[in-house]
Design a protein around this ligand. Structure first.
Ligand code: GLA
Length: 388
């Protein structure tokens, strides 16, 4: 994998004819458990992974932003802070950055302009949060260059607000928070109601394996927004702002008053919140059989109640869980309809898992999977160039 830091420096010099002042990075993420719970004010348990977006910057004295991305080299985009203009759907990368500055300007936060190059090795369209990595790397750069002294959580909140309001993605806070707050070798249990979070150590004997199903994800935005609306409708039915404080007993008592779909959507969220908190305890205690069971239940709930898995993803989970048994956990991760599977398994089983995927996945589905052997890494930071 080529080094995004060196590439960002090179792209900066090639584009702006001078060297950058500073470099910042932010990681992509994997969610261990707690799916579609963040926008329901529930619990999530993500970790940052060693795929990064790197931003090289040079401060400007005016309010101009000039950005070059290696996804579109040769095409410099410009805007003035607070005057972001229309979001062109073709400008994927740039819109996330414009959304960030627009949100800052709307909240009365000041910032000077920047010249920027952006390079990333976070796989695109895999559900590993390349967009949050981009927003948080950018937010960390602005925060530092304009000496705003915002907390990582505040940077995450601005990023989410920009994504929701200006880019039009109705996502929850998980991706931005983990990219901003992660710590090496830890997952982060986030309570999305009050945004409190707690580090959970990942035991040394576990490998973090991510497998991209390479299923073409279609109508994902539509399906995601539909799930959000369905959950909001159930909360409204009970006179609540979110599903967070609905109990399973209350839900079951009203089963006949709800459609089967609404009932199953809410059941997933309520049971997933419980599984996520229990998983954090199991992980911290090194209780892998318990974690294995909870991750299997989570997958079944996403498949049977939330209806967000696809046959190829179910095949991958079956292939891996057959090898791993109780010595690790596996489930689909992310918004669904393809994307990736996450497995936390005893190191000794890593090769057997990879071999099983190679032998069986293509045969069962006609697709090739991509396996990433990852580690849980730190959140966004300024890069100390002496290390590069
Ligand atoms: C996407 C969103 C997150 C979260 C997950 C599902 O990754 O960006 O906020 O809702 O889907 O858990």
């Amino acid at each position: 994998m080529s080094n995004p830091t060196q590439r960002a420096k090179k792209l900066f010099v090639q584009t702006f004819g001078t060297t950058a002042d500073a470099l910042y990075l932010a990681p992509g993420r994997i969610n261990l458990i707690g799916e579609h719970t963040d926008y329901n004010d529930g619990f999530v348990l993500p970790a940052a992974i060693n795929f990064h977006t790197v931003i090289a910057v040079k401060r400007r004295e005016d309010a101009l932003y000039r950005v070059i991305s290696d996804t579109n080299p040769g095409d410099i985009k410009e805007w003035l802070f607070g005057i972001e203009g229309e979001m062109d759907p073709k400008d994927g990368v740039i819109n996330y950055l414009k959304g960030f500055t627009a949100t800052m300007a709307a909240s009365g936060l000041p910032a000077k302009g920047l010249d920027i190059s952006v390079v990333s090795n976070v796989p695109l369209n895999a559900g590993l949060s390349s967009s949050a990595a981009l927003e948080i790397a950018f937010g960390t750069a602005i925060n530092d260059c304009s000496q705003l002294k915002l907390s990582p959580l505040a940077v995450a909140q601005i990023a989410l607000s920009g994504e929701n309001k200006y880019v039009g993605r109705a996502s929850g806070i998980m991706d931005q928070m983990i990219s901003a707050l992660a710590q090496q070798d830890h997952a982060l249990l986030i309570d999305c109601e009050d945004l409190d979070s707690e580090l959970v150590p990942i035991p040394d004997n576990l490998s973090l394996i991510i497998v991209n199903s390479n299923v073409q994800r279609e109508s994902i935005k539509l399906e995601y927004n539909l799930r959000r609306d369905e959950c909001a409708s159930v909360a409204k039915h009970f006179g609540l702002d979110s599903l967070r404080h609905l109990t399973l007993n209350q839900l079951d008592a009203s089963k006949d008053a709800l459609s089967d779909t609404y009932y199953r959507r809410a059941k997933h969220v309520l049971t997933e919140n419980r599984r996520t908190q229990h998983s954090a305890h199991a992980l911290a205690a090194g209780n892998i059989p318990k974690l294995s069971k909870l991750m299997a239940q989570s997958h079944a709930s996403m498949r049977d109640d939330f209806d967000i898995t696809v046959p190829e993803i179910d095949s991958l989970v079956n292939i891996i869980s057959t090898v791993v048994g109780k010595r690790g956990g596996v489930r689909m991760t992310g918004s669904g309809f393809g994307g990736c599977v996450v497995a936390l398994v005893d190191h000794a089983l890593t090769d057997a898992v990879v071999a099983a995927i190679e032998q069986q996945y293509t045969q069962q589905t006609g697709l090739e999977a991509t396996v990433y052997l990852c580690s849980a890494c730190d959140g966004a930071t300024r890069i100390d160039e002496r290390l590069y």
